[in-house]
Ligand binder design. Sequence first.
Ligand code: GAR
Length: 210
Amino acid sequence: MSGGEHDHRAATKQGRTRVGILISGAGSNMAAIIEAAKAGDYPAEIAVVISNNPEAPGLALARAAGIEALAIDHRPFGKARHEHETAIDAALRERGVEAVVLAGYMRILTGHLVRAWEGRMLNIHPSLLPKYPGLDTHARAIASGEAEAGCTVHLVTEGVDEGPVLGQARVPVEAADTPEALAARVRIAEHRLYPETLAAFIRQRKTAPV
Ligand code: GAR
């Protein structure tokens, strides 16, 4: 263990799991988790927020909440995706991160990072997986005539949007829905689901036999 890691662990509030959040954009799910983590009995503390996009509005939101927020831009790495992920991985480990939350992180991860955090990395996807993995989920749900849509929190595995489901929330699809209107309704559900599912996941891990 490096001295840096040791210092971060010493600073960890009693019993709380140190979580790193990866974002690419608005960071509204990140903000919901930061807000939830203010509660005294929330089992996680947010150690760091990292964005691959230096312009992500979520970075400023995190800083305003007193959380360290880093941009690790993927562009200078070009096709060296592995090296970009190595930089992210190092930043997480230097801060004593124990679990990783993808919150609108819009880059597909290589097996390298996924395996490094296997069983300790969560993602939220705006559909009722296994339906509509990938992009444009809301437009596809509307076009298919779905009566309900929703969101899924799942463990990250090498297959995109395929890992074991930890929690889902459902919302109705309204007759006049546009993809934007449906996305906004789903987003509200995401903001409840993600903090709750993260907390349940951490509590369950702590009580599970080793
Ligand atoms: C959320 O709706 C999240 O489910 C989605 O991006 C949005 C990020 O919003 N994620 C994906 O589509 C991942 N495949 P946010 O930055 O405001 O949290």
